[in-house]
Structures are given as structure tokens and as C-alpha cells.
Design a protein around this ligand. Structure first.
Ligand SMILES: [Fe+2]
Length: 76
């Protein structure tokens, strides 16, 4: 089952509910190397146009921002 995220409109800053796709400092587990590569490429593609102030709400752990993850998350 692929991980899903939701981009929520209507707030002063972009909000992305990342579920199990992206956590503060990590990403969700992938069952195969091919799925891992797909997850990395899709995350980079989806996140690229979003600004640093985008609020990320993972399914586990602390909320973070895209700017923080661009600096500290080795998967991005
Ligand atoms: Fe989960």
C-alpha cells in the first residue's frame, strides 16, 4: 500500500498531512528497494514546488516544516 499525503488548502501557510510518507528526520518504511527509490523520487517531485514554511503533519512524531526537513532530513 503506498503512503498518501494530503495538501490542505485554506490556511495562511501551506499544510501537508504527510501520514507515513514523511516524518521529522525520516521517511516511512518501504518493503523493497524499488519502492524505496519510488518513494524518494515522488517525495522530491511533490515537495519541490512547496515553500519552506509549509507545515508538515506526519502520522507519527512531531510536526515540522518543509524548510526544517530540507536542512535536516537526509532523505530529502
Ligand atoms: Fe503509521
Amino acid at each position: 500500500m503506498p503512503a498518501l499525503g494530503y495538501h490542505v488548502d485554506g490556511f495562511p501557510i501551506p499544510v501537508l498531512v504527510t501520514g507515513d510518507a514523511l516524518f521529522a528526520g525520516s521517511i516511512g518504511g518501504c518493503p523493497t528497494p524499488a519502492r524505496y527509490q519510488l518513494a524518494l523520487s515522488r517525495l522530491r517531485e511533490v515537495l519541490a514546488p512547496l515553500p519552506d514554511e509549509t507545515l508538515l503533519l506526519p502520522g507519527h512524531g512531531l510536526a515540522t516544516t518543509l524548510g526544517e526537513e530540507r536542512v535536516a532530513n537526509p532523505f530529502l
